[in-house]
Ligand binder design. Structure first.
Ligand code: ATP
Length: 249
């Protein structure tokens, strides 16, 4: 059996008395789209933060290609091939789309500003930015400052920026939140095309229709506890899930 790209066993994270994540077990195989669903406060973003080293797990293991990265700092995890987007858009307002795509996955605006002049002089960075611009259909927005773009395009730029780094695993936190149907469909198509290139995607999303039509496999969290997993079909028909999650919306 081939090894999963990402593997979590018993991952637990508490904040004071709050069990944000309890004994999480999940796998992301190569070239698959895996969804994480659950009501507000279920621990989904905590899961991403723990995978990326933004939070330190209290217990359990995070393995990337069999290597234990649980105690690694974020920058090392990024370098190993995990990229992410955030629930709230984090673009640098006055900078162009092109400039966002020149620097892959900076840790902060300060880091990005430091790296930008180096990337400007780097033909490989420019070629990659061009490639990603085209893949995401963003060429017409190339020189527009991020803040001048419609919301749906800003979200697309965020995803494009994460992809620029050529990650093995992409973590997407609610990529279609606030988008209309056509915009969400475009994101769905892009995600399927990314999967076809061999990229693995771990997705948090509240839009159940979107999740059910896209994911190969799902994990369901409730109050930090993994309560179910399976194919979208399995999960849709699981009474525990209906009770804990779907019934509340
Ligand atoms: P949503 O769907 O609303 O984004 P979520 O499933 O992503 O929710 P988390 O944001 O992971 O949920 O939060 C899980 C729990 O952990 C919540 O009770 C939240 O208040 C708590 N929590 C998350 N991060 C912190 C933190 N840095 N400090 C204290 N509590 C936190």
């Amino acid at each position: 059996m081939s090894q999963a790209l990402l593997q979590l066993t018993g991952v637990t994270k508490t904040f004071g008395g709050i069990h944000a994540l309890s004994n999480m077990v999940c796998e992301v195989p190569e070239g698959k789209i895996i969804g994480v669903i659950g009501p507000n406060g279920a621990g989904k973003t905590t899961l991403f933060n723990t995978i990326t080293g933004a939070y330190r797990a209290d217990a359990g293991e995070v393995k990337l290609k069999g290597v234990d990265v649980t105690q690694w700092q974020s920058y090392r995890i990024v370098r190993e091939g995990i990229a992410r987007t955030f629930q709230n858009i984090r673009l640098f307002g006055s900078m162009s789309v092109w400039e966002h795509l020149l620097v892959a996955q900076p840790h902060s605006e300060a880091a990005w500003r430091r790296l930008l002049p180096i990337a400007w002089a780097n033909p490989a960075a420019q070629a990659r930015a061009e490639e990603v611009l085209e893949f995401f259909g963003l060429t017409e927005y190339r020189d527009r400052p991020a803040k001048s773009l419609p919301y749906g395009i800003q979200r697309k730029v965020e995803m494009a920026r994460a992809v620029t780094a050529k990650p093995k695993l992409l973590l997407l936190d609610e990529p279609v939140a606030g988008m209309n149907h056509d915009e969400a469909e475009e994101i769905r198509t892009l995600m399927l095309r990314l999967r076809d290139t061999g990229l693995s995607i771990l997705l948090i999303e509240h839009d159940m229709n979107f999740v059910m039509r896209l994911c190969d496999y799902l994990y369901v969290l409730d109050f930090g506890v993994p309560i179910a997993e399976g194919t979208p079909e399995d999960v849709r028909n699981n009474p525990v899930v209906l009770d804990a999650y779907l019934g509340k919306d």
